[in-house]
Ligand binder design. Structure first.
Ligand code: ASN
Length: 317
């Protein structure tokens, strides 16, 4: 792959820029509020994993765009870099904990063209959470509270930073609107996410999006999925993806193989499912940098990442 070398004075300026300082103060406020709300709601924070025997395959999903998984070899064992903590989140709920979250670094080796979308990074952090015995309505309520609390706190505590960045924010009305991918596709075509996001003034949910094998297929309506995305308004696009989960061995195997993947790499995870150890849950993950991009109104997500990791661009430090 030919990398685009982009270092110039503008690049170097990012480390001393007052806009970057304000952006990072807003990010700090976001993390404080997220931790507060999750704790108040009874969540236990777990530490992220970075190396594993297996990770979220991010597919089968027609919009997935990674080239390959990041891999390292350590003492003869092949390990992969986390793409998301979904499988570990499900396993973390096998014991006494029923609400968990992590602020988790993710590596997704995206194709170089993703650098132009303004919202893709090949290294980012995600707030990843999971609730045992929950259904999608529980996630909607929680996430709407998290986002509204973040907006309120940023508006009051980071007023000067928002002014410096020329950004004004509205706290949306709860509950957020809900659509299905089918109705949005019918209205806007295949690029429904970009079009609907551009026209929206407030965040909204999109339900029933065929994605990874672990998002539950509606047992009453095969071909329909009990999962969801949260979409930011003003064209900022996807904020969160999540779903109710598959946990039963047979269904997991069917979804993995049905999507053309092999069950081999899911050894321990599938063993636990076979022993009946996984339990029903629902959850989701939202990217920290995407949230900060929305809050600051940055045109490109690169503007909110101090050490940028943009697909197609060389890493300088
Ligand atoms: N973290 C997301 C989830 O919980 C998955 C993802 O990031 N692909 O569903």
């Amino acid at each position: 792959m030919k990398l685009l070398c982009t270092i110039d004075f503008m690049e170097i300026k990012r480390y001393t820029d007052e806009r970057m300082a304000s952006t990072l103060k807003i990010q700090s406020c976001v993390l404080e509020t997220v931790h507060r709300v999750f704790r108040e709601e009874g969540f236990t924070q777990i530490m992220p994993v970075i190396l594993s025997t297996t990770t979220d395959p991010l597919g089968p999903d027609p919009s997935a765009s990674t080239i390959k998984k990041g891999e390292i070899e350590y003492l003869g064992q092949k390990l992969v870099l986390t793409q998301s903590m979904i499988l570990h989140k499900q396993m973390a709920l096998m014991g006494k904990l029923s609400k968990i979250f992590a602020v988790s670094p993710c590596i997704r080796l995206e194709t170089p063209d993703r650098g132009a979308t303004g919202r893709h990074l090949f290294e980012f952090s995600q707030v990843d959470f999971e609730l045992g015995g929950a259904v999608m309505a529980d996630v909607f309520g929680l996430m709407e509270e998290v986002l509204c609390e973040v907006l309120k706190d940023v508006k009051t505590k980071c007023h000067r930073d928002l002014t410096l960045l020329g950004r004004s924010l509205l706290v949306p009305t709860i509950p957020f609107k809900r659509f299905t991918t089918h109705e949005l596709k019918e209205k806007y075509g295949d690029d429904w996410e970009a079009s609907a996001s551009k026209l929206a003034k407030e965040p909204f949910w999109v339900l029933c999006h065929e994605r990874e094998f672990y998002d539950r297929e509606d047992p009453k309506r095969p071909g329909h999925f009990l999962d969801y995305d949260l979409i930011y308004p003003e064209g900022f696009g996807e904020a969160l993806s999540g779903g109710e989960r598959e946990w039963e061995f047979d269904r997991l195997v069917k979804r993995i193989t049905g999507g053309g993947k092999s069950t081999e790499e899911y050894g321990t995870y599938l063993d636990l499912a076979k022993k009946g150890k996984l339990r029903p849950s629902a959850g989701g993950g939202f990217g920290v940098e995407r949230l900060v991009r929305f809050l600051t109104g940055a045109k490109h997500i690169k503007q909110v990442q101090l050490f940028p990791r943009v697909p197609g661009e060389e890493v300088h430090i």
